[in-house]
Design a binder for this molecule. Structure first.
Ligand code: KG4
Ligand code: ZN
Length: 487
């Protein structure tokens, strides 16, 4: 079937001006076509009474049409509103988080966000308590023992950089095997470094999402076994919350609410942090995360990418001219707090290819050190301008809520140039910035341990006999708050 929009213009003769009929007509072989229906309507008006009848009926029709038009105007307005609403709801969703269609969201405080339950008990919170934290969400196996006053008593981390270097990125199957091989050794080493036995720790926390499911499962399963065997309170950790809360480990005076910029390999988000388990996303990436963009640029420039390409791009950029290669700052026309790094990555690749042509070289791989450094520096500079622009907008949005502190967190927050530039932005707007030391920005065990401390402090623990892992694990509070905050 073909649907046609038929517009018939007729006629001042019948006292009807302008468009007399606007309608959707459906053409199907079994019915007369829309055009044929109109012809038969006019052929009826051969006698006077017929003309009067027809005029009345046309006037009636016109009235109806007017109503329909009003209705369709309303309808269009409603649809536009809905589309706007839908777009707003999508803001901030990481590309991996499928628009809230997941049954499982992170909501430790129940529907009101404040009613925490201790499903596996709590440690004695009248004195400092200790937590063993385990992290295996991606490519590094981490464990740490952290005390509730924020002291890291012992840590261990098994890097998989060498394993993945050969493949130019993380291979989930290899990562899982490496986690299985290393986990017990890493836990033992962390305990040994803390001078403690498992029996002496008060609780166990483990990352349960988001991340690579097969990798998360390795850590989670072991943590569940240990918690059940040793009868310890158990906490299933949200990896993004763990990154964010590292700012409170770094700066114990940092109180909710505050603003966080979370830049990692999987995420690029601006969040209003309201409390444990309560995060409202003001902006997120529409495509690649910033970490992903660094990794791809590292690959383009043939830099080491095993443990993430960011540090190598940062190091190369130091020797380059940040304005040598003209690049376009993403989303300049979009007045929201979202990010987009995929276009910038393509922009850099094209610029590199052009540079190779200009130099009479066969490929980007043949570019000299100084050109590569210029490319790295120009990429980094443009990526940071994009960060600064989105962040400044978000900062102004939340100032009305009395928020004037920014937590810069996630693996990419280890980047010195980003730290320096965002610190300058905070100074300009008279904000303060909290950023963990670089080694605590990237994934490690202390983040799981500290996030567990924070959860236990508010009276929240999970059931180790009934814990799932989640590749995607959206914050439950994100949609509600986002709507009020972004316009
Ligand atoms: O938080 P993280 O360790 O893992 C995820 O949760 O994703 O972040 C890893 C990401 C990688 O993309 C890595 O290239 C990037 O952080 N990264 C950096 C730097 N150090 C790590 N990016 C830019 N500059 C750095 N110094
Ligand atoms: Zn991470």
């Amino acid at each position: 079937m073909v649907t046609l929009l038929l517009l018939a213009c007729h006629s001042s003769r019948m006292g009807v001006r302008g468009w007399t009929r606007v309608g959707w007509l459906t053409r199907s072989p079994s019915r007369p076509t829309g055009a044929a229906s109109l012809v038969s309507l006019f052929s009826q008006s051969s006698t006077e009474s017929n003309i009067i009848n027809t005029t009345e009926s046309l006037l009636e029709q016109q009235q109806q049409t007017e109503e329909q038009r009003q209705l369709s105007k309303e309808e269009r307005k409603k649809r536009k509103e809905l589309a706007k609403e839908k777009r707003r709801n999508f803001i901030g969703m990481a590309k991996a988080v499928d628009r809230g269609q997941f049954a499982t969201t992170y909501q430790p405080g129940g529907v009101d966000g404040m009613t925490f339950t201790a499903k596996s008990g709590l440690p004695d919170r009248s004195r400092p308590f200790t937590v063993l934290g385990i992290e295996s969400s991606c490519d590094d196996t981490g464990a740490a023992i952290v005390r509730s006053d924020g002291v890291i008593l012992g840590e261990a981390l098994a890097s998989q950089a060498d394993i993945h270097e050969v493949w130019g990125g993380v291979v989930p199957g290899l990562a899982k095997t490496a986690h299985e091989e290393n986990l017990d050794r890493v836990i033992d080493l962390a305990l040994r470094n803390a001078g403690m036995s498992l029996a002496e720790v008060d609780a166990i926390g483990v990352t349960v999402g988001p991340g690579l499911e097969i990798c998360l499962r390795v850590g989670c399963k072991r943590a569940q076994e240990l918690a059940i065997e040793a009868n310890k309170p158990f906490v299933g950790i949200h990896h993004l919350e763990a990154h964010i809360l590292m700012a409170r480990l770094e700066e114990p005076s940092l109180q909710f609410p505050f603003l966080a910029l979370l830049v990692s390999g999987g995420h690029c988000q601006i969040l209003k942090c309201l409390g444990i388990g309560r995060y409202s996303i003001l902006g997120g990436t529409t495509d690649d995360s910033l970490g992903e963009a660094y990794d791809k640029i590292a690959r383009l420039l043939k830099l080491p990418v095993g443990g993430g390409g960011g540090p190598a791009v940062e190091a190369l950029a130091k020797n380059g001219n940040a304005t040598a290669i003209p690049l376009t700052v993403p989303l300049l026309r979009r007045k929201d707090c979202d990010f987009s790094y995929s276009g910038l990555k393509t922009n850099v690749r094209r610029a590199a290819e052009q540079l190779a042509v200009d130099r009479g070289l066969n490929s980007v791989d043949d570019l000299g050190e100084s050109d590569r450094a210029d490319l790295a520096a120009s990429f980094q500079n443009t990526a940071i301008i994009h960060l600064e622009q989105r962040l400044e907008r978000a900062m102004k949005l939340v100032e009305g809520d009395g928020i004037t502190t920014l937590a810069l967190v996630g693996g990419v927050a280890a980047n010195k140039e980003i730290r320096r530039r965002l610190d300058a932005l905070c100074q300009k707007l008279q904000w303060s910035m909290v950023v963990p030391p670089p080694r605590l920005c990237t994934d490690q065990g202390a983040m799981s341990a500290w996030a567990a401390v924070e959860r236990l402090k508010v009276g929240s623990s999970d059931d180790p006999t009934n814990q799932e892992v989640y590749a995607r694990y959206p914050f439950a509070f994100e949609t509600k708050e986002r709507d009020e905050s972004v316009e």
